[in-house]
Design a protein around this ligand. Structure first.
Ligand SMILES: [Zn+2]
Length: 408
């Protein structure tokens, strides 16, 4: 009979935007599993995946059995009937650690309808038919572009700054709406390298006061152009139409399916519905950009201000000692518990009626469950089975992020 608490050996993906070598928290975490096989070399280690998505599966530490195979063989005990009935044996969510050195591609994740169509048309590129709403929780300072600016702000920029008005708007338009903004995004993405470079050079010479309260634009303009290229349209879409947020440790955002986003820097815990579908249009080479038409058609206009992108933590009755907060995005595939303990504090988390993945994101201590005790320390990842109460005991301090799913 399988234990309900299973330490995992997780794998890391390298992408061009990741932090290199030991600077990458994702790589450090992947390398922390005792007896694990991950070695940190000088690559941009971008994402550690903690789950069962087939391209980068987590393994049972020790036996190196594929976690999903292990779950399939013990499904009633580990997944539990409520989630089996609702989602089947595949874990419905996928938590990751991301270590971001420069902007990720400007992207959306298609909703279920579009994902199904894309998967049917090109199953190699779009590997599943699921949607992929996601949350991102900052582990330190986290810079991010997410959702659209308030419409009045976009209208002000694109009517008062001459070159933006002439290049990207239908000049007769006096009242902007969501469709106007989509049109602007489409025009920026379709512009030639020369046009984007011309706008970039003009904006660089534009007096700071013309950007109003978006005072970060002149500062970020050369930084983004240096990360990719002056001719990359991502810089203009991000700076001129999207919200720019600088989050602190513990802050979280929610990105709905079809929501535009580009993470810029930081280390984060990310969690998403089980999917790997993405449409990229900027902050990447031209050859890697997806159809502008598909992208702009799918785009949702939400969130359309910065406060609406924030996912506020709530208190939760799953926590017996009140050291745990709940992040509950408006979707059914997962929620997240964030537990923060000072030295010698303890927390008991009531049995969750579904499968959980716990990532230890700070400190060290013990995890007690089923009468057994496990060492925990920063970087360790555990699967916790259905209906298992756990107790966390901090030594000098302890922080965990637990993704979980209940049928409600
Ligand atoms: Zn994303």
């Amino acid at each position: 009979m399988s234990s309900s608490v299973i330490q995992l050996e997780c794998q890391c993906n390298d992408y061009p935007w990741g932090k290199v070598g030991r600077d990458s928290l994702a790589a450090q975490y992947a390398a922390s599993a005792p007896g694990g096989h991950f070695k940190i070399d000088e690559k941009p280690w971008a994402e550690m995946w903690c789950g069962t998505y087939p391209t980068t599966p987590s393994l049972v530490l020790g036996t190196r059995e594929d976690l999903q195979k292990h779950l399939n063989a013990n499904k009633e005990k580990l997944i539990g009937k409520p989630i089996l009935n609702k989602f089947g044996t595949d874990l419905p969510y996928l938590p990751k650690i991301l270590s971001i050195a420069k902007a990720l591609p400007l992207q959306i994740h298609p909703d279920k309808d579009l994902a199904a169509r894309l998967h049917q048309k090109d199953p190699k590129k779009f590997g599943d038919s699921n949607h992929k709403p996601e949350i991102a929780v900052a582990l330190g300072k986290f810079e991010v572009f997410v959702g659209f600016l308030p419409i009045e702000e976009i209208q002000r920029l694109f009517t008062t700054i001459r070159i933006l008005k002439s290049k990207f708007t239908n000049e007769s338009q006096t009242h902007f709406n969501a469709e106007t903004v989509k049109g602007i995004v489409g025009r920026i993405l379709s512009a030639s390298d020369e046009e984007i470079t011309e706008v970039y050079e003009t904006l660089k010479k534009t007096p700071a006061k013309e950007f109003g309260k978006l005072s970060y634009i002149p500062e970020l303009l050369p930084r983004l152009a240096q990360q990719y290229d002056k001719s990359d349209p991502g810089t203009l879409v991000a700076l001129l139409t999207m919200n720019f947020l600088v989050l602190d440790k513990g802050d979280a955002i929610y990105v709905p399916a079809d929501g535009i986003h580009a993470y810029l820097s930081g280390d984060i815990v990310e969690c998403m519905a089980r999917s790997d579908n993405v449409l990229n249009t900027g902050f990447c080479p031209r050859a890697d950009r997806d159809s502008i038409e598909t992208f702009t058609e799918a785009l949702t206009f939400r969130p359309n201000n910065a406060p609406d992108a924030i996912l506020a933590p709530k208190s939760t009755d799953k926590s017996l000692k009140r050291h745990t907060k709940l992040l509950s995005p408006p979707m059914s595939e997962f929620d997240m518990l964030v537990t923060t303990l000072k030295a010698n504090e303890t927390e008991t988390i009531k049995a969750i009626q579904g499968p959980s993945i716990m990532i230890v994101t700070g400190g060290k201590g013990k995890l007690k469950a089923e009468g057994k005790e496990h060492d925990v320390k920063e970087g360790y990842v555990f699967f916790i089975g259905y209906n298992t109460e756990i107790e966390l005991v901090a030594e000098s301090g302890l922080e965990t992020h637990i993704a979980f799913c209940e049928a409600h």
